[in-house]
Every structure is written in structure tokens, then in C-alpha cells.
Design a protein around this ligand. Sequence first.
Ligand code: ADP
Ligand code: MG
Length: 243
Amino acid sequence: MSALLDVRGLRKSFGTTEILRGIDFSVAARELVFIIGPSGSGKSTMLRCCNRLEEPTAGQVVVDGVDLMAPGTDINAMRRQIGMVFQAFNLYPHMTALGNVTLALRKVLGKSRDEAEAIGLAALDRVGLKEKAPSYPSELSGGQQQRVAIARALALEPKIMLFDEPTSALDPELVGAVLGVMRDLKAAGMTMVVVSHEMRFARDAADRIVFMAEGEILEQGTPAEIFGNPQHPRTRDFVGELS
Ligand code: ADP
Ligand code: MG
């Protein structure tokens, strides 16, 4: 099984504080890996190192065979293959949903307006929001805005999607539709790494769960293993608190 994402010996320090203390993990094509762990354990930093939004202090990140840290690597080209969805959707308020989704297609990939709009509408369709193409972010719910942000990433045809607490900013009644989109992506074969506290979704949808604490992976396994029979006391405490 060849890994689509391979992280080896990843370390990250801010000043003299080591935040990631040697992370090793890999994600196979079509796999949905969930990352859980207490606040401050380095989950976001780890995800951000996976597209070099954060510069690792040491270690290797390889995406589909390309070493992101190698001197010759075109990091901007690689970033387009690594879709990233954050807690804050960061849509441009003065642009429509379609405008937000097509911006990079036009400005970065140099697609024509017609081509960009066709791709953008297809991406909005995948998140169930084709009819909201002309709407501005202020006219959309938080959940709809997050789905537009997912469509914006999908429009670039990423090989892998990284989600950092994609539903944490949403009112509870809006969470389900965003998780539904993620479920559809998984069914369509997308490879995904998800940092989230949605434990029911993790239980139902994840292939594997990685438990992080204090900059290290303490344990990983299937949802049944992590929720049903956690081995590490820290995992047991964390999972126990949540259920
Ligand atoms: P998590 O996502 O698991 O809550 P983070 O990766 O956001 O954890 O943060 C891990 C630790 O790194 C925290 O102690 C945080 O304060 C620290 N940290 C994150 N980003 C920076 C930064 N840019 N500069 C200094 N410290 C940071
Ligand atoms: Mg975080």
C-alpha cells in the first residue's frame, strides 16, 4: 500500500519550545484519518506542516512521492494538490460563492472565465450549493460558507484534503451538512486528514484514528480500537471524557 501522505520524523519548534517531537505517520490513498487530542497538542501545527504553511524544523513530508522539503520542489504547485479547510472559512465577502470558488482557477491557473465557472459550478454542486453560486457570503449560513470553502479547495482537484476543525465554528444544527459533504467526499474516494472533535463522525466514518498529545502520536488504530479498547492511559482519559 503506497502512502499518499508520508510524514517522517517531523519536528517543529517555536523559539526554544518544541511543539512537534518527532511525528511519523502516513495516509494511504482513499483513507480518512482522524486526528484527535487535547487542545495545544500540536494538531494544527502538524497539519500546517503538511503543506509547509508552517516550516518544519526537521523531518520529511512526502505527498504523492514528492518531498515538500526538497530544494527543487515547486511548493505552490504542491499546495494546489493539498486542499486545506480551516475552522474559519475565510471567504472574500465582496465576491459571490462562485467568485470565491473560481478565483484561484482564474488568477493562479489562468483558466478562462467560462472554463473556471464550469469547474466552479461543478465544485459547488458537489457540496450541494450550485443554486447558491450567485450568493454572497453574508447571505449564506456558516455551514454553507464552509461548504463553499470546501468547494473552493475541490475546484483545484486536490489529491488530498486536510481539514482543521471544519465544524468547530458552526452552530450545532449546521454541522451535519458539512459532515455530510465530507462523507460524500470519502465515498467518492478522496483522501482526507481530519482534525475534529466530532467523535460520532469519527466513529462512523474514519478508517483510522490518531491520538496526539504534547507533540507526539501516542496511539493510533481503528475507531473500534481507539474508542473501544484504548491502550494508552492518555487516550483512555481523552476518549473517556468525551463519551
Ligand atoms: P492544537 O491544534 O492541537 O490545539 P496547535 O498546533 O495549535 O495545537 O498548538 C500547539 C502549541 O504550539 C500550542 O502550545 C501553541 O501555543 C503553540 N503554537 C502554535 N503556533 C505557534 C506560533 N506561531 N508561535 C508560537 N507558538 C505556537
Ligand atoms: Mg488546532
